[in-house]
Design a binder for this molecule. Structure first.
Ligand code: HEC
Length: 134
């Protein structure tokens, strides 16, 4: 193709080719972006560290309820209350589920966990795990 020729037709042709190329380039980018966002959504849904959780929602419950006995950091408020900051996320989750189902007994903790949902428990476990114990 002799695009270098300076007559008017060729220049118009060149502009059209450029236009189509750029338009398609944008279209390709849009498709890539869509692909990336699908991938990111997918990985956030299925590849979260331990289980889906919302640390901020966990913090709310911990500060309102749990911190009165367990404190927020080590050492927790008083010796009889186990410290939870920085503890393993799965372990906190499992223990809370056991308290809720009363397969693990503690008058206080059985009462407190009775109304927690699985999501609440996940959130609490994520928050305590995230908290720096020092
Ligand atoms: C009124 C005081 C009190 C409050 C409030 C309280 N706890 Fe407890 N928690 C205890 C006591 C006491 C134990 C020890 C029970 C036992 O082992 O007999 C305990 C034990 C635990 C344990 C087990 C720790 C371990 O290492 O075995 C976890 C986890 C826990 N609590 C989480 C929570 C969470 C989450 C909340 C808020 C929803 C909460 N607690 C609120 C008093 C409290």
């Amino acid at each position: 193709m002799k695009i270098a020729e300076t007559d008017g037709d060729s220049e118009i042709l060149l502009k059209v080719v450029q236009y189509i190329y750029i338009r398609d380039f944008k279209k390709r980018n849009k498709m890539l972006l869509r692909l990336y966002s699908i991938l990111i959504t997918y990985s956030m849904t299925f590849c979260t560290p331990v289980f889906a959780s919302d640390i901020n929602a966990g913090q709310q419950i911990v500060e309102d309820v749990c911190s009165h006995c367990h404190g927020l950091r080590k050492p927790s408020a008083q010796g009889m209350f186990p410290a939870l900051a920085g503890r393993d996320q799965r372990r906190i989750r499992d223990v809370l589920r056991q308290y809720r189902s009363k397969t693990r007994l503690s008058a206080i903790m059985n009462n407190l966990t009775g109304s927690l949902t699985n999501q609440d428990i996940n959130n609490i476990a994520a928050y305590y795990n995230w908290l720096d114990p020092n």
